[in-house]
Design a protein around this ligand. Sequence first.
Ligand SMILES: Nc1ncnc2c1ncn2[C@@H]1O[C@H](COP(=O)(O)OP(=O)(O)OP(=O)(O)O)[C@@H](O)[C@H]1O
Ligand SMILES: [Mg+2]
Length: 462
Amino acid sequence: MVSSETQTQLQQSEDKIKDLHRWTVHVEVRLKTRASARFDTVRNHVHTFIESFGRLFLPSTLDGWEEVPELASSVEMITVCESPCPESSLSMDEMNIQIHVYKPSDGDAFEEFSNSSGNLNDADDTMAASLCELPNRSHEGLWDSLIYADDIKMKLLDYIHATIVFSDANVDFNLVSWNRVVLLHGPPGTGKTSLCRALAQKLAIRLSHRYSNARLLEINSHSLFSKWFSESGKLVQRLFTSITELVEEEDGFVVVLIDEVESLTAARAGAMAGTEPSDGLRVVNALLTQLDKLKQRKNVLIMATSNLVKAIDSAFVDRADILQYIDLPSREAIYEILRSCLCEIMKKGIVASVSVPTLKQVQMYEIVKSTGRSDISEGQDKPRNVGLRLLALASACRAQGMSGRALRRLPVLALARNIGIGNINIGGPTSSKENQGASVEVWLDGMEKAVKDHAKESEKLI
Ligand SMILES: Nc1ncnc2c1ncn2[C@@H]1O[C@H](COP(=O)(O)OP(=O)(O)OP(=O)(O)O)[C@@H](O)[C@H]1O
Ligand SMILES: [Mg+2]
């Protein structure tokens, strides 16, 4: 005979085992600026709403919440985020859902740290850092817009998660320690700065149950070199004193972004060789000392970027827990980036709407094409041709080693140089549906020419 207490215990351990076998799925709920509902009330309603679905697609944006009055009044968007799960959808009993409700703050709430010593007559005063509240509306959508081949974004999130697990377990820092520093390096225009901002935004959303507020402090590395000889080390110290004050607020999370960190840390080697003034040495030493102090704090993350990693002081590089190379986009990533550009200009009525195949679909079309078979169903011809042309364009961009930055401006160049502003009819409120935008073929022609132009211009640079 099993006692009811033992039965309960058995049930609890069964539940735990089930939970271990479930995939954690994060659902982000963005609230309207004027929403006044309590976050936990919204979370409960969203939970009930989600349970009405048999399965959830990963990733996806949910519809239908507009029919629930409590959600309609407060919610702006509900997103099911990407997950490490290899399946494209999961049923309710395969998931452990975590709902994150957030209200992004509006973009203009920036505060700045001056590098002056408070002297109002100092005309050369530049801003040493800017501070912004997170989550912030200006960083919305950034995370999803960044496309990388080898799951870099997930790796970064996993790193944060790992540090939280260790911190929560109160691991002895003398035995196992980390520096809370992530360094992203790679060629220009590969999205390093954007990725830091996007990660900061993501953390603010995902950690909102632990921290009541989050902030991103962006350091302007160049401004820390004072025109006053020997002052720069002090500037770094002063800035980090302000950072320490921010971090002292234990229910706030602070992400510090040191963009183009090589300009701060390149100087030590030169100083040691006697070719640089000792100011550089002081800056690097001050920075390293301050970083070592900050690593004791749970609620801070330092993110640095560089496109000249060899120029960075090795003691700084050694402090990076993650040294992540961000490469130029692969052909597949380029396809996704170009597809997102095309879909956006279709959505805004600049190009007539057609369905543009996903990467998986177009890869299938490519295989079918290479086997010489033609079993595409009727009506699929146009999307297939658009997809295959876009994929060929992606190959051409890859051959030229184009950066994400160069890719994202292609549509503008295509319009300005090759299509001609006068040749398209942008859908205004009066134009009919059929009359909206240039045809997709005209756009693809224009984009192909823009890529060829880019190749010619790049040759001249060599
Ligand atoms: N992999 C990518 N996926 C999508 N967009 C990208 C990618 N790489 C770059 N971009 C886009 O390129 C633009 C420039 O990115 P960003 O300024 O973050 O690059 P960066 O690596 O910091 O460049 P730099 O080294 O010159 O400072 C952004 O608009 C970003 O969205
Ligand atoms: Mg940058």
